[in-house]
Ligand binder design. Structure first.
Ligand code: G3H
Ligand code: 13P
Ligand code: ZN
Length: 309
C-alpha cells in the first residue's frame, strides 16, 4: 500500500464514529513499533513528526524508513508534520513527500492565524497534500492561567466555523481542556464535551483533532519512578474520556507522551535489573515491544480504529 493522505480515513471515522491515532515518531524503533501495532490491529494510522523530531532524525532518514514501513504493510499510513511552526517548514515537508501537514498558528491572533493557514493550504492543496490547523490554546497546568483566561483558551465554535470556511483547512485541532506533556490536570481530569458538541454542530463535515491526548498511563509512570525516574504527580486523559471523544466526533487523537513513557519505563527497568547490559538491542527490543502494546491497546480498546483499514 502506498502512503495516503488522511482524507479517506477521516471520512470513514466520521461516518463510523471512531478515531484514528496519530503517533509521534522520532526514530526507527518507534516507527516500527507503531506500524507493527497498526498491522496487527488492521488499523489505519497517522505517523507524525514534529519539527524537532525532523531535526533529530533528519527528514531523509524518516522518509526512507517510512518507505520500508509502507512496503511491508497493507494498512493505510499517512505521514504528517506535527505543529508546523511556519510556512517554510510546511513547504519543506510537502516537498519531501509528507501527505499531511499541520500549520500551528494558535499563537497568533485570529486574523494572522487565518492568513498563515491559508498560505499553507494554498501551497499544500496544489500538491495534493492536506492541512490541519489549530484554533484555541492548549494550556498546561504549569502555564498558570486564571479562570477567565482559561475560558478564553477554549475554541469558540462560531470562530471555528468562520476559520474553516475562510482558510479551507482540511481538519481542525481544538482546545477543550487537554494539554501537552505528562502534567495535564491538577485535580480531576475534565474535558469540555459541550464545546466539542457545539463545534460538531457548526462543522459536521470537518474532522476534529485532539492534541495533548496521552493517558499518561499510571503503570508506566510507576515503573519509571520505581527504577530511578522522578515524575511524581503525572496525570493524563483517562481512556474512557478518549473513547467518548472518538465516539462524539473527534477523528484524530495525538499521542506522544505515552510512547515516551513506554520506552523510558522499559529501558529504566532493563538498566536497573541488568546493570551489566550494554548492548542497545537488549533494551531497545523491550522498549519497542512496549510501545506496540500501548498503541495496540489504544487502537483496539479506546479509539475503535481496529479492523477499519
Ligand atoms: O506536541 C508536541 C509533541 O509531543 C512533539 O514534541 O516537539 O518535543 O518533538 P517535540
Ligand atoms: P501528548 O503530550 O499528550 O502525548 O500530546 C501529543 C501531541 O499533541 C502531539 O501533537
Ligand atoms: Zn500537539
Amino acid at each position: 500500500m502506498s502512503l495516503v493522505t488522511t482524507k479517506e480515513m477521516f471520512e470513514k471515522s466520521m461516518k463510523e464514529h471512531f478515531a484514528i491515532g496519530a503517533f509521534n515518531i522520532n526514530n526507527m524503533e518507534i516507527m516500527q513499533a507503531i506500524v507493527d501495532a497498526a498491522k496487527e490491529e488492521k488499523s489505519p494510522v497517522i505517523l507524525q513528526a514534529s519539527s524537532s523530531a525532523i531535526k533529530y532524525a533528519r527528514v531523509n532518514y524518516l522518509m526512507k524508513m517510512l518507505e520500508a514501513a509502507v512496503e511491508e504493510t497493507d494498512v493505510p499510513i499517512a505521514i504528517h508534520l506535527d505543529h508546523g511552526p511556519d510556512f517554510e517548514t510546511c513547504k519543506m515537508c510537502i516537498d519531501a513527500g509528507f501527505t499531511s501537514v499541520m500549520i500551528d498558528g494558535s499563537k497568533y491572533d485570529f486574523e494572522e492565524n487565518i492568513a498563515i493557514t491559508k498560505k499553507v493550504v494554498d501551497y499544500a492543496h496544489e500538491r495534493g497534500v492536506v492541512v490541519e490547523a489549530e484554533l484555541g490554546k492548549l494550556a498546561g497546568i504549569e502555564d498558570d492561567v486564571n479562570v477567565s483566561e482559561s475560558d478564553a483558551m477554549y475554541t469558540d465554535p462560531d470562530q471555528a466555523k468562520e476559520f474553516v470556511e475562510r482558510t479551507g483547512c482540511d481538519s481542525l485541532a481544538i482546545a477543550i481542556g487537554t494539554s501537552h506533556g505528562a502534567y495535564k490536570f491538577k485535580g480531576e481530569a475534565k474535558l469540555r464535551f459541550d464545546i466539542l458538541e457545539k463545534i460538531k454542530e457548526k462543522l459536521p463535515n470537518t474532522p476534529i483533532v485532539l492534541h495533548g491526548a496521552s493517558t499518561v498511563i499510571p503503570e508506566l509512570v510507576e515503573t519509571c519512578n520505581k527504577y530511578g525516574g522522578n515524575i511524581p504527580g503525572a496525570k493524563g486523559v483517562p481512556d474512557e474520556m478518549l473513547h467518548e471523544a472518538s465516539v462524539r466526533g473527534v477523528s484524530k487523537i495525538n499521542v506522544d507522551t505515552d510512547l515516551r513513557l513506554a520506552m523510558t519505563a522499559e529501558i529504566r527497568k532493563v538498566f536497573a535489573e541488568n546493570p551489566e547490559a550494554f548492548d542497545p538491542r537488549k533494551y531497545l527490543t523491550p522498549a519497542r515491544d512496549k510501545i506496540t502494546e500501548v498503541v495496540r491497546h489504544k487502537m483496539r480498546d479506546v479509539f475503535g480504529s481496529n479492523n477499519k483499514a
